[in-house]
Design a binder for this molecule. Structure first.
Ligand code: NAD
Length: 256
C-alpha cells in the first residue's frame, strides 16, 4: 500500500522538490499552494510517477482553511501518514518600518499553521499508529539576522513546537522533526534579494555575496534535492527514533 503525504506549499520551490521526491518513492501526494497552475502541476507529477494526487489551495492564514486542508486530504486518500509543513512567506525590513499586518501574517502562515495542521492530523496519525510530521523551519530557526524579526520569531517557534510534538507523539509512533535550510534559490529568495538590496542599500549581486552566502562556510545555495532527500529519510518506517531534532542543511552556517 502506498503511503500518503501532504506537503503544504508544494506547487513552488522547496515544497515542489519534496513532492517530486516523494512521488518518485511511490507516495500518494496531496499538493497544496496558492499558485494558479497548482492543479496542473499535481496532475502532471501524478501521471509521470503513476501515483494518486490531490490538490488544494486553502489559504493558511486562516485556521479553518488549515483544518479544511487536512480534512480534504483524509477524505481524498482515507489516510495521512506524512505531513510536511513547508508553506512560508518572508518579509525583510528594519523593525521600525515593519508593518504590523505583515508581522502577523508571517506568524500565522509560518508558525500558527504548523500548529493547526499538526493538531488536525493528530487523530488520524494516532489511529494509524504512524505519523511523520516534518517542519521546514530554517537556519533562521537557529540563528538571527537583522531585518527579519517576524521570520526569525516564527522559525524559532516552529523548532520549539517540533520538540513538544515529538514528546507527545512518542507513544503513538508519531515523530516530529525540523529541517533548517540555509539559503535556497527559490521564488521566496529571489524576492528577498530585491528587498535586502533596498534594506542594506546594496546591489543584488552584493546581497548574494555579502549578506546571504557570507554566513555559510559552503558558498553555495542549498540544493532543493538535499532537503527532499532529508524529508524522505525522516518519513521512513525505520526513522521511528529520530524525533524532536532540527537538521541544519545550512552549508555550515550554524556550526559557527
Ligand atoms: P516559495 O515562495 O517558492 O514557496 C512557498 C509556498 O508556500 C508556495 O507554494 C506558496 O503558494 C505557499 N504559500 C505562501 N503563502 C501561503 C498561504 N497564505 N496559504 C497557502 N499557501 C501559501 O518558497 P520556498 O523558498 O520554497 O520556501 C518553502 C519553505 O522553506 C518556507 O517555509 C521557507 O520559510 C523555508 N525556507 C526557505 C529557504 C530559502 O532560502 N528559500 C531557506 C530556509 C527555509
Amino acid at each position: 500500500m502506498n503511503k500518503t503525504v501532504l506537503i503544504t506549499g508544494s506547487t513552488s520551490g522547496i515544497g515542489l522538490a519534496i513532492a517530486t521526491r516523494f512521488a518518485k518513492e511511490g507516495y500518494n501526494i496531496m499538493f497544496h499552494g496558492l499558485e494558479a497552475n497548482g492543479d496542473a502541476i499535481a496532475k502532471d507529477l501524478g501521471a509521470t510517477h503513476n501515483v494518486k494526487v490531490g490538490f488544494s489551495k486553502g489559504n493558511l492564514l486562516h485556521s479553518d482553511a488549515v483544518e479544511g486542508l487536512i480534512a480534504e486530504t483524509i477524505k481524498t486518500f482515507g489516510e495521512l501518514h506524512v505531513l510536511v509543513n513547508n508553506a512560508g512567506i518572508q518579509f525583510v525590513s528594519p523593525i521600525e518600518d515593519f508593518p504590523n499586518e505583515t508581522y502577523e501574517n508571517i506568524i500565522a502562515i509560518n508558525m500558527n499553521a504548523v500548529f493547526y495542521a499538526s493538531k488536525a492530523a493528530w487523530k488520524q496519525m494516532k489511529q494509524q499508529q504512524f505519523g511523520r510530521i516534518i517542519n521546514i523551519s530554517s537556519v533562521h530557526g537557529l540563528r538571527a539576522s537583522e531585518f527579519k524579526s517576524a521570520y526569525v520569531t516564527a522559525k524559532h517557534g516552529v523548532i520549539g513546537m517540533t520538540k513538544v510534538l515529538a514528546l507527545e507523539g512518542a507513544p503513538f509512533n508519531i515523530t516530529c522533526n525540523a529541517i533548517c535550510p540555509g539559503y535556497v534559490k527559490t521564488p521566496l529568495v529571489e524576492g528577498q534579494i530585491k528587498d535586502q538590496a533596498k534594506a542594506h542599500k546594496m546591489t543584488e549581486a552584493e546581497v548574494v555575496e555579502k549578506v546571504m552566502l557570507v554566513k555559510q562556510a559552503v558558498k553555495e545555495f542549498v540544493p532543493v534535492e538535499a532537503i527532499a532527500d532529508m524529508a524522505v529519510l525522516l518519513a521512513k518506517d525505520s526513522s521511528t527514533t529520530i524525533t524532536g531534532t532540527s537538521f541544519a542543511l545550512d552549508g555550515g552556517w550554524s556550526a559557527q
